[in-house]
Every structure is written in C-alpha cells, then in structure tokens.
Design a protein around this ligand. Structure first.
Ligand SMILES: Nc1ncnc2c1ncn2[C@@H]1O[C@H](COP(=O)(O)OP(=O)(O)OP(=O)(O)O)[C@@H](O)[C@H]1O
Ligand SMILES: [Mg+2]
Length: 507
C-alpha cells in the first residue's frame, strides 16, 4: 500500500548569534512511518524540531504539511495542525498532578466544559493512561515522580493531542529497558494508525528496532537519509562523526595503586540501601552496574550527604568523615556529578563560565569577594577546548547549549573543582557516540593522573569498557564486586537480578 507524505521540510536554515545551527536541511515523513534524526551533540536536531513545533522561526526554507505549504509561527499553530512534541528537556509543571499536566491549557472549567471538575479530568487521564498501558497515578504530583515517570507523562501528553505527527526528542534517555519497550509498543500503535513519528535518540541500537528511515545531520548540515533495513550502525556512526569509533573495548595498561582512598562501611538509608560496603583505590575506576532502582544513585547521594543515612561510615584516606550535607563532601574532595543535570547540576540562566566555576567560587574570588572573571573565563575556555563543548563563547547561556553540551559543562565544573574522588552518575546520558568516546578517554586520563572514580552507568558496554572493577547492586544491596577480567554481561545481569524475587517489598 503506497503511503502518503505527511510532511516535507526543504532548505531549512537557522542561525543564532555566532552559531549556524541549520544550513539548508531537508527532511520528510510519511504516514505510518518512524523516521529517526541522528547526529552529534549540537548537530541541530532539536533546533529543527523546534522549528517544526513553532518554537523557533526559521530563517529560510519551506515546510509542506499534508500537501500544503504552511507556516508554523507558534506552538499553538503546530498543535492546531496536528504536530506535537515531547521535548528533550522535560517541560512539566512540578506542582501539578499528572492529569493536570497532560491536559494543561485544555481544562475547560466552564459549565458544560469537558473538564468541569477534577473528577472528569482524572477520568480522562485514567482512560488515556490505560490505553497507553502506562502505569501512572493521574493524581500524583509530577514533581515527586522519578525522571522516567515524568518522561511518561510527557509521552501521554503528546499523544493526547491526537495529532498526525509526533516528535520524540530523546524520549528514552532516562527510561529502563522495560519502559523503553512500553514506549516502542506505543510507537507501533501510533504507526499502525497512520501517524508519523520523528524519533531522536543517541541510543543507536534502538534505531534498528523501531525506525523505518534514518536521517543524519552533521554540524547543522544534511548528510544523508538511509533506509533502516540493510543499514549497519557503524555506517550511521561514521556518517555522524566523520570517523570510525572503536566499540566494545576493555581497559588496558592500567596501573592502579594499592592505597585505599575511600572506604564505605555498612551504609544504609531509610528506604532502600542495606549495609553497603566497598572500597575505592587510588587511580581506580569502580563501575556501579544494576537495574534502574537498584539503589546506585541513592548510594551516591548518601555518601555525599544529600540524603540522610541510618547507619554506616565514610572513610577517606583512613579518616572517618562527618558528612552532613553535600558541601561537607565537596570540602573533603568528593565531587558528585548528578544524573539529573537540570535539577542539580547546572544553573540554566547563567553562562558557561559561571557554571564551570560554580563549585570552586572561592578560588576565583579576590580579597574583596569579587570574581576574577578574566581567570574564570580562561579556565572556562580551557575546559571548552578540552571537552570540545560546542558553544560560540564561554559567555553563552547554558540554556542555549544543546543537551549533550550542557552535560559536558557539568563535567567541566567538577574537573575545575579538582576533587580526589569523583562520582559520575550516568555521565554519558544524552551524549553522542563521538563525545562519549571523548568522555571515556577523559575518565581514563583522570584516573591515570591519580583520581579515584566511581562511575554509575546503566549501559553495560560502558561499564565494561571503563571499569577496573565492577560493583553490582540489586534492591539496595551490593551483590558482588568483580574484576573487569572476570566480568561479562551475563555475570553482571545475574548479580543485578539476584534479589529480584523480593522486589515487591521495596517501594
Ligand atoms: N536558543 C539558542 N540560542 C543560541 N544558540 C542555540 C540556541 N538553541 C540551540 N543553539 C545552538 O544551536 C546548535 C544546535 O543545537 P541543538 O540543540 O539543535 O543540537 P542537538 O542536535 O539537538 O544536540 P543534542 O544531541 O546535544 O541534543 C548548538 O550549537 C546550540 O548551542
Ligand atoms: Mg537536542
């Protein structure tokens, strides 16, 4: 059955001050199709989608929608046409409920309106969530949900507009494999009903599972559109980054001292952690693997004093630390790079320099307490070069950087703070394959220089590639610590599911 074209973009360009974000880009989408857009951080994917959803105005180019040339001057206009978007950075109202967020702006509370009262609103949400098989309570307050659950609210909201085109900008970056499968099921249903889905992801292994075609962008330029069937991931990668990237490596030539830098003894918290003990040696990368919810982030937060512990000791170079709040940990030289950069890692309305020196402000203050901006800018420029952050200058606002480049700034911030022990929580989330490789090299270099690193990651190839030893958690407990040479995916998965039969006892 021939399918009709839903959407075509031709010759689209967009410039921001100092950045040519898109240059003469083409893209099209058919009914019942899932079309991926891939490219490195800053390639222009989100910008193209924001033009399509009426958030940005294009400088040049044409958009044809269902055979007619259209202009999309506002998000409301996009909605009216039937184009909805799930944004890369979540866009929900934290103090409102799930149902209120899904139907925000559409709650007609006049007499006779469809959502006259909360009961009706919640009923409508319940029906929708059931249809999508999403396990969410419509009355839950969104700010209290995990990022993954919030992501699902975004998905439900986008579907609820019942449009013809749904844009998903990195919808799976914080989802578990099971949640990702649930999303793919939704996508297949949308596809079967003739809708078009534009799918953006840095998890390239997903492309083969869910997409029909793949369009590659590089540096704001259109590179190529490929049929997914018959395309190898390695081809997509080399089109994206312009070089080949080594995959499936293991650490080599590692020289780790015997000195134990950090010792955690019998750590427990109120909810999940049970008696966790391990140690970290000088210059070592200790990977933490486990399923989502295994307690790895909770462990990191308990170590740095972000959440209270009910038992346990944190010993740094033989001395027990009294950590009551995160600043105590930073003062002791323990840095934590949060998995949720928007909430904990960055000040979005400040510029790159300010964010990079954020946790080292005393170092950049003169006697009168003023910031030495010249030296701060210099450090920021060095970090930008070292991490290849794509930004026109160090004074660019963080909110104007692409998602992956924001993540690099969080890393730069902790490198500037010069901590001995660094805890990286999902350091490559939302980061493209080329930049991932750079971050791997950077972590290895830092550890070779003597820093001790804890790396929490849900990507097993990443854990295996970087870690000297791998600690596996399940259900709040440490189920094993293995040397890299004894580790493989099967062994890790077995340890990660060791106590899964009593999962029901955990909230
Ligand atoms: N509002 C803005 N002001 C200035 N520059 C911007 C703005 N929005 C995006 N840019 C710049 O445009 C370029 C493309 O950014 P975009 O967010 O489209 O990248 P992306 O492909 O989505 O990357 P990622 O994979 O990291 O999400 C980047 O260099 C970014 O810094
Ligand atoms: Mg993006």
């Amino acid at each position: 059955m021939p399918t009709a074209q839903l959407l075509a973009l031709t010759g689209v360009s967009k410039e921001f001050p100092g950045v040519k974000a898109l240059n003469n880009v083409h893209f099209d989408l058919n009914e019942g199709e899932v079309h991926a857009i891939v490219g490195e951080n800053g390639a222009g994917k989100s910008t193209l989608m924001k033009i399509l959803s009426g958030i940005y105005k294009k400088d040049a180019g044409d958009i044809t929608y269902k055979g007619k040339s259209v202009s999309i001057p506002s998000p409301l206009e996009a909605q009216k046409l039937g184009i909805s978007i799930i944004h890369q950075e979540l866009n929900l109202m934290p103090h409102l409920t799930v149902a209120e967020n899904i139907f925000i702006g559409r709650e007609d509370r006049r007499p006779g309106g469809i959502f006259l009262d909360n009961t009706k609103l919640n009923e409508a949400a319940t029906t929708l969530l059931k249809e999508l098989e999403l396990n969410l309570d419509p009355t839950a307050i969104v700010g209290e949900l995990t990022i993954a659950k919030q992501q699902m609210v975004e998905i439900a909201k986008a579907v609820s507009y019942r449009g013809s085109v749904i844009i998903m900008d990195e919808p799976t970056s914080s989802l578990t494999p099971a949640e990702t499968d649930a999303l793919f099921k939704i996508i297949r249903t949308l596809k079967a009903s003739g809708k078009g889905v534009i799918y953006i992801s840095h998890r390239l292994e997903e492309l083969a599972k869910i997409t029909d075609r793949i369009t590659v962008l590089r540096d704001g330029e259109y590179v190529k559109t490929l049929d997914t069937a018959g395309t190898q991931i390695s081809e997509v990668i080399s089109l994206m980054v312009g070089r080949t990237v080594e995959q499936d490596q293991r650490p080599t030539n590692r020289n780790i001292g015997n000195e134990i830098v950090l010792e955690v003894q019998g750590l427990s918290d109120m909810h999940l952690l049970k008696d966790v003990s391990f140690n970290l040696r000088q210059g070592e990368i200790l990977g933490f693997a486990g399923l989502m919810g295994a307690g790895r982030t909770e462990l990191a937060r308990a170590i740095i004093g972000a959440d209270p512990k009910t038992a346990g000791k944190i010993i740094l170079r033989g001395k027990e630390l009294k950590i009551h709040q995160p600043s105590d940990a930073v003062d002791a030289g323990i840095g934590y790079l949060s998995e949720d950069r928007k909430r904990f890692g960055l000040m979005l309305t400040q510029n790159v320099t300010f964010n990079i020196i954020l946790s080292s402000i005393p170092r950049f203050a003169n006697k009168l307490g003023f910031l030495k901006m010249k030296s701060a800018d210099g450090i920021a420029r060095d970090s930008i070069a070292q991490l290849r952050v794509r930004t026109p200058s160090e004074r660019q606002y963080i909110k104007n950087l692409s998602g992956g480049n924001q993540q690099k700034v969080v890393i730069a911030k902790w490198l500037t703070r010069n901590c001995d022990v660094l805890i990286f929580d999902e350091p490559t989330r939302g980061i493209d394959v080329g930049a991932k490789d750079e971050i791997y090299q950077l972590l290895t270099k830092l550890s070779n220089e003597g820093k001790s690193i804890i790396m929490i990651s849900s990507e097993l190839p990443e854990v295996l590639r970087l870690s000297d030893r791998i600690a596996v958690m399940c259900n709040g407990r440490l189920t094993g610590v293995i040397d890299n040479k004894d580790a493989n995916q099967e062994v890790i998965i077995e340890l990660a599911t060791k106590f899964s039969d009593d999962l029901t006892t955990v909230n």
